[in-house]
Design a protein around this ligand. Structure first.
Ligand code: SF4
Length: 264
């Protein structure tokens, strides 16, 4: 967990699951893996088990304890819809999100098929909540664009695309039913290059379709140098956020401990 995230499009991260396995080319330089593996076998560290997937039930209620409204990136260090995470655990995560309505949750996955199936069944109660945004990663045409179709056809009320790391020209993207698009290049050692015309193509399609567009970064080995300006300006658009009252503290604490204890 981090209350102050360095990620440009969120305020905080919440990780009730840690660790993951690679599924497509966008995972090649997974920052979560690099970070987690640094602490493998460090006794007492949250990432003592490196990037091995595990549930962290004691973190389930965390957003219910955060009293001020935040945009929360769910599972920045994992993928909630990984096949090693049970349906019942995903439902518990969704119950917390559905209850903590004063926040805005951003759920991002590469397992779009499972996301879509669950939003149409056991997660229906959370799918139509405007403060929960459901997104898929889109790094290329082969793996990324089919995820857009899964998401578009899902029951999610708010749908977004994280086009990062953008690895090639995506060509035409079906943006009907999509409410937000983030684009970014890969950063860090070995970062794969991103061409300006690929980004401009996505941005122009968003403008034509009236979809809010957020340009996160050019990336590269030193992303602080390449920055985040596109055609001379920044693009920092978001979908509209709903504002809901904060639940009484005691109700939050009771709910948090009930949900956490059911997995301890
Ligand atoms: S799905 Fe995400 S968290 Fe999992 S390995 Fe790929 S990039 Fe990393």
């Amino acid at each position: 967990m981090s209350l102050d995230s360095a990620i440009e499009w969120t305020d905080a991260t919440w990780n009730p699951v840690r660790g993951c396995t690679k599924i497509s080319p966008g995972c090649k330089h997974c920052y979560a893996e690099t970070f987690a593996e640094r602490f493998r076998d460090v006794k007492g560290h949250p990432y003592e088990q490196g990037f091995d997937l595990r549930l962290v039930p004691e973190k389930l209620g965390e957003p219910l304890r955060w009293r001020s409204p935040k945009m929360i990136f769910v599972n920045s260090m994992s993928d909630l819809f990984h096949d090693k995470v049970s349906d019942s655990y995903i439902i518990a995560v969704a119950q917390v999100m559905a209850a903590a309505k004063w926040h805005t949750f951003q759920v991002l996955t590469k397992r779009a098929g499972r996301l879509s199936r669950l939003l149409g069944s056991t997660l229906r109660f959370a799918a139509n909540q405007p403060h929960i945004w459901w997104g898929v990663s889109v790094e290329d045409r082969k793996y990324g664009l089919p995820r857009v179709d899964d998401l578009r056809l899902s029951k999610a009320k708010v749908r977004f695309l994280s086009v990062e790391p953008l690895l090639e020209d995506l060509g035409p993207i079906r943006l009907d039913g999509i409410h937000w698009v983030i684009v970014g290049g890969e950063s860090g050692p070995g970062a794969r290059p991103m061409k300006a015309e690929w980004v401009i193509s996505v941005k122009d399609q968003c403008i034509r379709s009236g979809v809010p567009f957020f340009f996160k970064q050019w990336g590269g080995v030193r992303k602080s140098i390449t920055g985040r300006k596109l055609q001379g300006r920044t693009f920092d658009e978001f979908p509209e956020r709903v504002r809901n009252p904060v639940m009484p503290a005691q109700t939050c604490l009771t709910l948090a401990s009930t949900i956490e204890s059911s997995f301890s």
